[in-house]
Ligand binder design. Structure first.
Ligand SMILES: *Cc1c(COP(=O)(O)O)cnc(C)c1O
Length: 399
């Protein structure tokens, strides 16, 4: 047997970061501490009470009474897949409204499931027109309408009430991706009439990546119960997973115990802040960021009325080097931002101000660092970004 030389492996030391990309966001020390609490068995009575509390907190987060509200084991994409594999069967017709990368990913999953895809496209960087969805829903026998609430690839917030009504009128289930909205902007599952919803932990909840909060309402559960064929994914089959999270506590797979500790703590932090205050904080930091960016002479991709406050897409200005700018922000200031995805690669920067990364310190530090890096590249800076952002904060302090 070859011996392993343990001395060559050093301690982990990633260094300090300000995570302002499309996720993960900064994780508060309390969440990391909760995560390092002693691991217990996944059927230990102590853990069962932690599960109950986490479910209660998640229901408050989603503003729902849905019993089946749980963190699915896996990242946001596992939440997406869980919703589709449970609600869609081969031959079903699924309408997906697409205006970015994550809507495209939904289409990929629908195709893999052998369902009939009806795709409604809107330009990337714009909200989806409800009239287009209505027309498509009218001309097909649709079982499910799916849409992304907060398109992280473009920075667009999709209004949901009209789409929910269209889905309901068509007799279809309404499925929503809230990965980049939950915990940063309002998600009102019951009031809006959302039947199935999923999210992720590492965006506006400021928990490490690893869990996907999912909530299924009565209509979604009825569709699950009425399936003609078994769910194609054994791991994500909610008819079995729900028996572990329900009164039966029946073993299905080992819950990621310490990740659930972390999520519970992240949700407790949200509860302490309060939803209203939390959403107001995200809005204020977004407004300050935009004021700063625009004062510097840079342009936002998305029209003001359709902007997502938690993820901001800034057009890369003439003369600026995309990759070199992001590399300089990271190596010199520890600031992570995202590049463009898909058709927006090289055209925009994606700046996340989510959860613990949505603070005045993050916004002002980012603006100062960006200005410094751009100036060095010879990019003309029109005006004082810090002053413009500070004016937004000063006005909010007076209010
Ligand atoms: C990040 C993201 C996902 C995927 O989540 P992962 O945790 O990366 O698997 C899905 N939808 C949206 C809108 C996202 O922003």
């Amino acid at each position: 047997m070859t011996s392993i030389d343990a001395t060559q492996w050093r301690d982990l030391d990633p260094g300090a970061r300000m995570l302002m990309g499309p996720g993960p966001s900064d994780v508060p020390a309390r969440v990391l501490q909760a995560m390092s609490s002693p691991t217990v068995g996944h059927l230990d009575p102590y853990f069962l009470s932690v599960m109950e509390e986490t479910q209660t907190l998640l229901r408050q987060m989603f503003q729902t009474e849905n019993r089946l509200t749980i963190p699915v084991s896996g990242t946001g994409s596992a939440g997406m897949e869980a919703c589709f594999v449970n609600l869609v069967e081969p031959g079903d017709t699924v309408l997906v409204a697409v205006n970015g990368v994550f809507g495209t990913r939904m289409c990929d999953i629908v195709n893999r499931l052998g369902a009939h895809l009806v795709r409604v496209d809107a330009p990337w960087g714009r909200a989806i027109d409800a009239a287009d969805v209505e027309q498509a829903a009218r001309s097909h026998d649709v079982k499910l309408v799916a849409v992304v609430h907060a398109e992280t690839s473009t920075g667009v917030l999709q209004p949901l009430d009209e789409l929910a009504a269209i889905a309901r009128d068509a007799g279809a289930l309404f499925l929503v991706d809230t990965v980049t909205s939950l915990g940063g902007v309002e998600v009102a599952v019951d009031r809006w009439g959302v039947d199935a919803v999923y999210s992720g932990t590492q965006k506006c909840l400021s928990c490490p990546p690893g869990l996907a909060p999912v909530s299924l309402g009565d209509r979604a559960l009825a569709a699950l119960d009425a399936r003609r064929s078994p769910v194609v994914s054994w791991y994500l089959d909610m008819s079995m997973v729900r028996e572990y999270w329900g009164a039966e506590r029946k073993y299905h797979h080992t819950a990621p115990v310490n990740m659930i500790y972390a999520l519970r703590e992240a949700l407790r932090l949200v509860a302490e802040e309060g939803l209203r205050a939390r959403f107001a904080r995200h809005l204020l930091n977004h407004r300050a960021l935009v004021a700063g960016v625009e004062a510097m002479g840079l342009a936002m991709l998305v029209p003001e009325s359709e902007r997502l406050v938690t993820l901001n897409t800034i057009r890369i200005p003439e003369g600026a080097a995309d990759v070199a700018t992001r590399r300089a922000l990271l190596s010199r200031y520890g600031i992570e931002i995202g590049g463009g995805l898909g058709s927006l690669a090289g055209a925009v920067w994606r700046v996340g101000i989510m959860g613990a990364s949505s603070t005045e310190r993050h916004v002002l530090t980012f603006l100062a660092a960006l200005e410094t890096v751009l100036r060095e590249q010879g990019v003309a800076i029109a005006g004082n970004g810090l002053e413009a952002a500070d004016a937004v904060y000063a006005a909010a302090r007076v209010d």
